[in-house]
Design a protein around this ligand. Structure first.
Ligand SMILES: C[S@@+](CC[C@H](N)C(=O)[O-])C[C@H]1O[C@@H](n2cnc3c(N)ncnc32)[C@H](O)[C@@H]1O
Length: 239
């Protein structure tokens, strides 16, 4: 059983959602019902994460141990900030554990990302813009990251193929970013929507990373085309 304060917070946010959806379409009502039943939504409230996506990264990191204390992490498509919350904890970027090395987290989003201790956010920045890359080089310790995370997603148009192609193009741009900032042997986690161009992205990643695998975390909705590539062992020779 949750403490009373958490129950109250959950009830409050549920009521807020209901108020927002009053008079809205049946699709929106269905979305609300799904949110209220979703165990990851409940858990994100209980554990103070900004959204349920935190559990996707937690699951990936519990399995592959990508985020180590002292590491520098770039979080692409960071808003509202749940992946950055996970990264801050795991790389010890607030210095909470003085026994461990202190890492760094830089998040980027087109939207505003509310401040978070231990993270530096580049709000209103486009990950694909070379000017953003220049800022990242300045912000990262030694201008390099150990891990590049991307949970980026374009606004869905509803046309599955078009959205798929758009997201694949965004993921491909991460390879250019990796060339500028990723350390040799570094890792990349990127979200994509499965479709006809998935192999193109996989081939490109395989050309610059020693290992590439596909992940579908439990927290990723079963009925969604969402997948993640985990690419490890970035090759030094490409720079
Ligand atoms: C699914 S949300 C990310 C959720 C985030 N991982 C979290 O845990 O809070 C996807 C985000 O990608 C951002 N995005 C989409 N295209 C982008 C771009 N070109 N540059 C930066 N951010 C982008 C969107 O604004 C959106 O906030």
């Amino acid at each position: 059983m949750w403490p009373f304060s958490l129950q109250r917070r959950y009830l409050h946010s549920s009521l807020c959602l209901m108020k927002k959806l009053k008079g809205k379409t049946s699709a929106e009502q269905r979305w609300l019902q799904r949110q209220l039943k979703d165990p990851y939504v409940k858990a994100s409230h209980a554990q103070n994460f900004r959204c349920r996506s935190a559990f996707k990264l937690l699951e990936i990191d519990d399995k592959f141990r990508l985020l180590q204390p002292g590491y520098s992490v770039v979080d692409c498509g960071a808003a509202p900030g749940a992946w950055s919350q996970v990264a801050v904890q795991r790389v010890n970027s607030t210095g909470t554990d003085p026994e461990l090395s202190r890492g760094a987290v830089v998040g980027i989003d087109l939207l505003h990302v509310p401040p978070l201790d231990g993270a530096h956010f580049l709000s209103s920045h486009d990950v694909t813009d070379p000017a953003t890359h220049t800022k990242l080089l300045e912000l990262l310790p030694h201008g390099r990251a150990h891990v590049l995370l991307s949970d980026m997603a374009p606004n869905a148009s509803g046309f599955r193929e078009m959205d798929h192609e758009k997201l694949i193009t965004m993921c491909l741009s991460l390879i250019d970013l990796a060339e500028k900032i990723l350390r040799p042997q570094g890792s990349l986690v990127c979200k994509y929507w499965d479709g006809i161009l998935t192999h193109k992205l996989q081939d490109k990643l395989s050309s610059v990373f020693g290992s590439v695998r596909t992940l579908k975390p439990d927290a990723s909705r079963k009925d969604s085309a969402e997948r993640y590539f985990l690419a490890r062992m970035y090759r030094e020779s490409v720079r």
